[in-house]
Design a protein around this ligand. Structure first.
Ligand code: PSU
Ligand code: MN
Length: 304
Protein backbone atom coordinates (compact mmCIF):
# COMPACT_ATOMS: atom_id res chain seq x y z
CA UNK A 1 0.00 0.00 0.00
CA UNK A 2 1.19 3.46 -0.88
CA UNK A 3 1.56 5.99 1.93
CA UNK A 4 1.73 3.33 4.64
CA UNK A 5 4.85 1.90 6.23
CA UNK A 6 4.59 -1.02 8.61
CA UNK A 7 7.72 -1.67 10.66
CA UNK A 8 9.49 -4.99 10.17
CA UNK A 9 8.72 -6.10 13.71
CA UNK A 10 4.99 -5.47 13.27
CA UNK A 11 4.93 -7.05 9.80
CA UNK A 12 6.57 -10.18 11.19
CA UNK A 13 4.23 -10.25 14.21
CA UNK A 14 1.10 -9.91 12.08
CA UNK A 15 2.29 -12.60 9.70
CA UNK A 16 2.70 -14.98 12.64
CA UNK A 17 -0.60 -13.97 14.29
CA UNK A 18 1.17 -12.69 17.39
CA UNK A 19 -0.72 -10.23 19.61
CA UNK A 20 -0.21 -6.60 18.54
CA UNK A 21 -1.53 -3.49 20.31
CA UNK A 22 -1.97 -0.22 18.39
CA UNK A 23 -1.16 3.07 20.16
CA UNK A 24 -2.02 6.64 19.14
CA UNK A 25 0.27 9.66 18.78
CA UNK A 26 -2.02 12.64 19.52
CA UNK A 27 -1.67 11.81 23.17
CA UNK A 28 2.10 12.34 22.70
CA UNK A 29 2.04 15.55 20.66
CA UNK A 30 -1.11 17.24 21.97
CA UNK A 31 -2.19 15.37 25.10
CA UNK A 32 0.73 15.78 27.49
CA UNK A 33 3.64 18.17 28.04
CA UNK A 34 7.27 17.29 27.29
CA UNK A 35 9.02 15.25 28.66
CA UNK A 36 6.14 13.36 30.34
CA UNK A 37 4.66 12.67 26.90
CA UNK A 38 7.71 10.71 25.74
CA UNK A 39 8.31 8.99 29.07
CA UNK A 40 4.68 7.87 29.06
CA UNK A 41 4.79 6.66 25.45
CA UNK A 42 7.90 4.57 26.15
CA UNK A 43 6.49 3.14 29.37
CA UNK A 44 3.20 2.23 27.66
CA UNK A 45 5.16 0.31 25.01
CA UNK A 46 7.15 -1.42 27.77
CA UNK A 47 4.01 -2.44 29.69
CA UNK A 48 2.48 -3.85 26.50
CA UNK A 49 5.62 -5.96 25.98
CA UNK A 50 5.78 -7.09 29.62
CA UNK A 51 2.24 -8.40 29.22
CA UNK A 52 3.00 -10.44 26.15
CA UNK A 53 2.02 -8.24 23.19
CA UNK A 54 3.88 -6.07 20.68
CA UNK A 55 3.24 -2.29 20.63
CA UNK A 56 2.62 -0.46 17.35
CA UNK A 57 2.63 3.30 17.88
CA UNK A 58 1.03 4.98 14.87
CA UNK A 59 1.64 8.44 13.39
CA UNK A 60 2.15 10.24 10.07
CA UNK A 61 5.70 11.14 9.09
CA UNK A 62 6.33 13.19 5.95
CA UNK A 63 2.93 12.15 4.65
CA UNK A 64 3.45 8.44 5.31
CA UNK A 65 1.37 6.60 7.92
CA UNK A 66 3.87 4.72 10.06
CA UNK A 67 2.63 1.67 11.95
CA UNK A 68 5.22 0.76 14.57
CA UNK A 69 7.23 3.92 15.16
CA UNK A 70 10.85 3.73 16.34
CA UNK A 71 12.03 5.27 19.62
CA UNK A 72 13.58 8.16 17.66
CA UNK A 73 10.31 8.78 15.83
CA UNK A 74 8.34 8.79 19.09
CA UNK A 75 10.90 11.24 20.46
CA UNK A 76 10.20 13.54 17.51
CA UNK A 77 6.44 13.39 18.10
CA UNK A 78 7.11 14.54 21.64
CA UNK A 79 9.22 17.54 20.67
CA UNK A 80 8.39 18.86 17.17
CA UNK A 81 6.12 21.88 16.99
CA UNK A 82 4.86 21.33 13.42
CA UNK A 83 2.76 18.23 14.08
CA UNK A 84 -0.88 18.48 13.07
CA UNK A 85 -3.58 16.78 15.12
CA UNK A 86 -4.98 14.53 12.40
CA UNK A 87 -8.52 13.31 12.47
CA UNK A 88 -10.21 11.63 9.49
CA UNK A 89 -10.91 14.82 7.53
CA UNK A 90 -7.30 15.99 7.87
CA UNK A 91 -5.66 12.87 6.42
CA UNK A 92 -5.91 13.59 2.67
CA UNK A 93 -4.68 17.14 3.11
CA UNK A 94 -1.67 16.55 5.28
CA UNK A 95 -0.64 13.30 3.59
CA UNK A 96 -0.76 14.91 0.15
CA UNK A 97 1.35 17.76 1.50
CA UNK A 98 3.79 15.28 3.09
CA UNK A 99 3.39 16.79 6.54
CA UNK A 100 3.62 15.27 10.00
CA UNK A 101 0.37 14.26 11.65
CA UNK A 102 -0.51 12.90 15.08
CA UNK A 103 -3.23 10.29 14.84
CA UNK A 104 -6.27 10.66 17.10
CA UNK A 105 -8.39 7.74 18.24
CA UNK A 106 -10.31 7.96 14.95
CA UNK A 107 -7.30 7.87 12.62
CA UNK A 108 -5.32 5.40 14.74
CA UNK A 109 -8.32 3.06 14.47
CA UNK A 110 -8.41 3.59 10.74
CA UNK A 111 -4.75 2.69 10.18
CA UNK A 112 -4.89 -0.17 12.69
CA UNK A 113 -7.80 -1.66 10.74
CA UNK A 114 -5.89 -1.37 7.44
CA UNK A 115 -3.03 -3.31 9.05
CA UNK A 116 -5.51 -5.78 10.61
CA UNK A 117 -4.63 -4.89 14.19
CA UNK A 118 -7.71 -5.57 16.31
CA UNK A 119 -6.75 -4.07 19.70
CA UNK A 120 -5.93 -0.40 20.32
CA UNK A 121 -5.08 1.16 23.68
CA UNK A 122 -5.57 4.82 24.54
CA UNK A 123 -6.37 7.05 27.52
CA UNK A 124 -9.87 8.24 26.82
CA UNK A 125 -11.87 8.57 23.62
CA UNK A 126 -13.42 11.77 22.33
CA UNK A 127 -17.20 12.01 22.54
CA UNK A 128 -20.17 14.35 22.56
CA UNK A 129 -19.05 17.61 24.14
CA UNK A 130 -21.06 19.26 26.88
CA UNK A 131 -23.55 21.51 25.12
CA UNK A 132 -23.00 19.32 22.04
CA UNK A 133 -26.71 19.50 21.21
CA UNK A 134 -26.11 23.21 20.50
CA UNK A 135 -22.51 23.30 19.23
CA UNK A 136 -22.68 19.99 17.27
CA UNK A 137 -19.20 19.27 18.64
CA UNK A 138 -19.14 15.48 18.50
CA UNK A 139 -15.74 13.81 18.19
CA UNK A 140 -15.03 11.95 14.95
CA UNK A 141 -13.88 9.15 17.27
CA UNK A 142 -17.52 8.10 17.69
CA UNK A 143 -18.18 7.76 13.96
CA UNK A 144 -15.00 5.76 13.64
CA UNK A 145 -16.23 3.40 16.37
CA UNK A 146 -19.44 3.08 14.40
CA UNK A 147 -17.65 2.07 11.21
CA UNK A 148 -14.16 0.69 11.76
CA UNK A 149 -13.39 -2.81 13.01
CA UNK A 150 -11.09 -2.12 15.94
CA UNK A 151 -11.52 -2.63 19.70
CA UNK A 152 -10.55 0.39 21.79
CA UNK A 153 -9.41 -0.08 25.38
CA UNK A 154 -9.76 3.17 27.31
CA UNK A 155 -10.73 4.70 30.65
CA UNK A 156 -14.10 5.72 29.27
CA UNK A 157 -14.59 9.08 27.65
CA UNK A 158 -12.89 12.16 28.94
CA UNK A 159 -14.77 13.73 31.82
CA UNK A 160 -14.76 17.08 29.99
CA UNK A 161 -17.51 15.59 27.80
CA UNK A 162 -21.20 14.85 28.16
CA UNK A 163 -20.97 11.18 29.08
CA UNK A 164 -24.69 10.27 28.95
CA UNK A 165 -24.98 11.74 25.44
CA UNK A 166 -21.80 9.94 24.41
CA UNK A 167 -23.29 6.61 25.52
CA UNK A 168 -26.55 7.34 23.68
CA UNK A 169 -24.62 8.06 20.50
CA UNK A 170 -22.68 4.81 20.77
CA UNK A 171 -25.91 2.91 21.33
CA UNK A 172 -27.47 4.42 18.20
CA UNK A 173 -24.49 3.33 16.12
CA UNK A 174 -24.39 -0.18 17.51
CA UNK A 175 -21.12 0.02 19.42
CA UNK A 176 -20.94 -2.46 22.33
CA UNK A 177 -19.55 -0.79 25.46
CA UNK A 178 -18.04 -3.28 27.89
CA UNK A 179 -16.94 -2.55 31.44
CA UNK A 180 -13.71 -4.33 32.25
CA UNK A 181 -14.43 -5.85 35.66
CA UNK A 182 -16.86 -3.02 36.20
CA UNK A 183 -20.60 -2.28 35.85
CA UNK A 184 -20.32 1.41 35.02
CA UNK A 185 -18.68 3.61 32.42
CA UNK A 186 -15.31 4.90 33.61
CA UNK A 187 -14.96 8.69 33.68
CA UNK A 188 -11.30 9.10 32.73
CA UNK A 189 -9.77 10.77 35.84
CA UNK A 190 -12.52 9.25 38.01
CA UNK A 191 -13.24 5.59 38.67
CA UNK A 192 -16.90 5.79 37.66
CA UNK A 193 -19.45 7.97 35.90
CA UNK A 194 -22.32 6.09 37.62
CA UNK A 195 -23.67 5.29 34.13
CA UNK A 196 -24.62 1.62 33.73
CA UNK A 197 -23.03 -0.38 30.89
CA UNK A 198 -24.27 -3.23 28.70
CA UNK A 199 -21.95 -5.79 30.22
CA UNK A 200 -19.33 -6.33 32.87
CA UNK A 201 -16.60 -8.58 31.41
CA UNK A 202 -14.75 -10.61 34.00
CA UNK A 203 -11.43 -11.09 32.19
CA UNK A 204 -9.47 -10.73 28.96
CA UNK A 205 -10.68 -14.11 27.66
CA UNK A 206 -14.32 -13.07 27.92
CA UNK A 207 -13.59 -9.76 26.17
CA UNK A 208 -11.78 -11.64 23.39
CA UNK A 209 -14.78 -13.96 22.90
CA UNK A 210 -17.12 -11.00 22.52
CA UNK A 211 -14.78 -9.41 19.96
CA UNK A 212 -14.54 -12.66 18.04
CA UNK A 213 -18.32 -13.03 18.05
CA UNK A 214 -18.88 -9.51 16.73
CA UNK A 215 -16.40 -10.16 13.92
CA UNK A 216 -17.93 -13.53 13.04
CA UNK A 217 -21.36 -11.90 12.80
CA UNK A 218 -19.92 -9.42 10.32
CA UNK A 219 -21.23 -6.53 12.38
CA UNK A 220 -19.04 -3.68 11.23
CA UNK A 221 -17.59 -1.21 13.69
CA UNK A 222 -15.65 -1.06 16.90
CA UNK A 223 -16.04 -2.23 20.46
CA UNK A 224 -15.32 -0.01 23.41
CA UNK A 225 -13.76 -1.49 26.52
CA UNK A 226 -13.98 0.78 29.53
CA UNK A 227 -11.24 0.09 32.07
CA UNK A 228 -11.61 2.32 35.13
CA UNK A 229 -8.70 3.98 36.88
CA UNK A 230 -8.18 2.43 40.35
CA UNK A 231 -9.80 4.08 43.38
CA UNK A 232 -6.32 4.71 44.76
CA UNK A 233 -5.21 6.66 41.68
CA UNK A 234 -8.45 8.42 40.75
CA UNK A 235 -9.51 12.03 41.23
CA UNK A 236 -13.12 11.79 42.46
CA UNK A 237 -15.84 13.31 40.27
CA UNK A 238 -16.82 16.22 42.52
CA UNK A 239 -13.20 17.24 42.98
CA UNK A 240 -12.18 17.19 39.30
CA UNK A 241 -15.46 18.74 38.14
CA UNK A 242 -14.62 22.06 39.80
CA UNK A 243 -11.47 22.32 37.67
CA UNK A 244 -13.18 21.05 34.53
CA UNK A 245 -15.86 23.72 34.84
CA UNK A 246 -13.25 26.45 35.34
CA UNK A 247 -11.31 25.25 32.28
CA UNK A 248 -14.52 25.09 30.21
CA UNK A 249 -15.35 28.68 31.15
CA UNK A 250 -11.88 29.82 30.11
CA UNK A 251 -12.19 28.01 26.80
CA UNK A 252 -15.47 29.80 26.16
CA UNK A 253 -14.01 33.18 27.09
CA UNK A 254 -11.00 32.65 24.83
CA UNK A 255 -13.29 31.34 22.05
CA UNK A 256 -11.43 28.04 21.68
CA UNK A 257 -13.40 25.67 19.47
CA UNK A 258 -13.10 22.63 17.22
CA UNK A 259 -10.03 20.45 17.35
CA UNK A 260 -8.20 22.82 19.72
CA UNK A 261 -10.61 22.40 22.59
CA UNK A 262 -9.55 18.94 23.84
CA UNK A 263 -5.80 19.77 24.00
CA UNK A 264 -6.62 23.13 25.63
CA UNK A 265 -8.79 21.57 28.33
CA UNK A 266 -6.31 18.78 29.12
CA UNK A 267 -3.53 21.33 29.51
CA UNK A 268 -5.55 23.77 31.61
CA UNK A 269 -6.90 21.05 33.90
CA UNK A 270 -3.34 19.83 34.45
CA UNK A 271 -2.24 23.36 35.39
CA UNK A 272 -5.27 23.97 37.62
CA UNK A 273 -4.73 20.67 39.49
CA UNK A 274 -0.98 21.29 39.73
CA UNK A 275 -0.17 18.16 37.82
CA UNK A 276 -2.60 15.87 39.65
CA UNK A 277 -4.67 15.27 36.52
CA UNK A 278 -1.52 14.49 34.53
CA UNK A 279 -0.52 11.89 37.12
CA UNK A 280 -3.98 10.31 36.89
CA UNK A 281 -3.83 10.46 33.08
CA UNK A 282 -0.54 8.54 33.10
CA UNK A 283 -1.79 5.98 35.62
CA UNK A 284 -4.92 5.20 33.64
CA UNK A 285 -3.02 4.75 30.38
CA UNK A 286 -0.63 2.34 32.07
CA UNK A 287 -3.60 0.31 33.36
CA UNK A 288 -5.12 0.28 29.89
CA UNK A 289 -1.84 -0.86 28.33
CA UNK A 290 -1.82 -3.92 30.57
CA UNK A 291 -5.45 -4.83 29.95
CA UNK A 292 -5.13 -4.20 26.19
CA UNK A 293 -2.10 -6.49 25.97
CA UNK A 294 -3.93 -9.25 27.86
CA UNK A 295 -6.95 -8.95 25.55
CA UNK A 296 -4.71 -8.96 22.45
CA UNK A 297 -3.07 -12.13 23.76
CA UNK A 298 -6.38 -13.82 24.49
CA UNK A 299 -7.74 -12.79 21.08
CA UNK A 300 -4.72 -14.12 19.19
CA UNK A 301 -5.08 -17.38 21.14
CA UNK A 302 -8.69 -17.64 19.94
CA UNK A 303 -7.65 -17.05 16.32
CA UNK A 304 -5.33 -20.07 16.39
N1 PSU B 1 -7.06 10.83 25.41
C1 PSU B 1 -6.08 11.35 26.16
N2 PSU B 1 -5.37 12.40 25.64
C2 PSU B 1 -5.61 12.86 24.37
C3 PSU B 1 -6.65 12.28 23.59
C4 PSU B 1 -7.35 11.28 24.16
O1 PSU B 1 -5.84 10.92 27.26
O2 PSU B 1 -4.91 13.75 23.94
C5 PSU B 1 -6.91 12.73 22.15
C6 PSU B 1 -7.24 11.48 21.34
O3 PSU B 1 -6.37 11.44 20.24
C7 PSU B 1 -8.68 11.69 20.91
C8 PSU B 1 -8.72 13.17 20.76
O4 PSU B 1 -8.97 11.02 19.72
O5 PSU B 1 -8.02 13.61 21.94
C9 PSU B 1 -10.16 13.68 20.70
O6 PSU B 1 -10.16 14.95 20.13
P1 PSU B 1 -11.51 15.60 19.59
O7 PSU B 1 -12.35 15.79 20.83
O8 PSU B 1 -11.10 16.91 18.96
O9 PSU B 1 -12.10 14.65 18.59
MN1 MN C 1 -14.53 18.17 18.34
Amino acid sequence: MLNIRISNEIKEALKNHLPVVALESTIISHGMPYPENIETAFKVEQIVRENGAIPATIGIIDGVAVIGMSKEEIQQFGTRKDIIKASRRDLPILMARKQWGATTVATTMYFASLAKIEIFVTGGIGGVHRNGNVTFDISADLQELANTNVTVVCAGAKAILDLPLTLEYLETFGVPVLGYQSDELAAFYSHTSHLKLDANVKDAEEAAKIIQTKRSLNLKGGILISNPISLKEEIPNDKINVFINDALKEAQKEKIIGKDITPFLLKRISELTQGQSLAANKALIFNNAKVGALIAKAYSQLQK
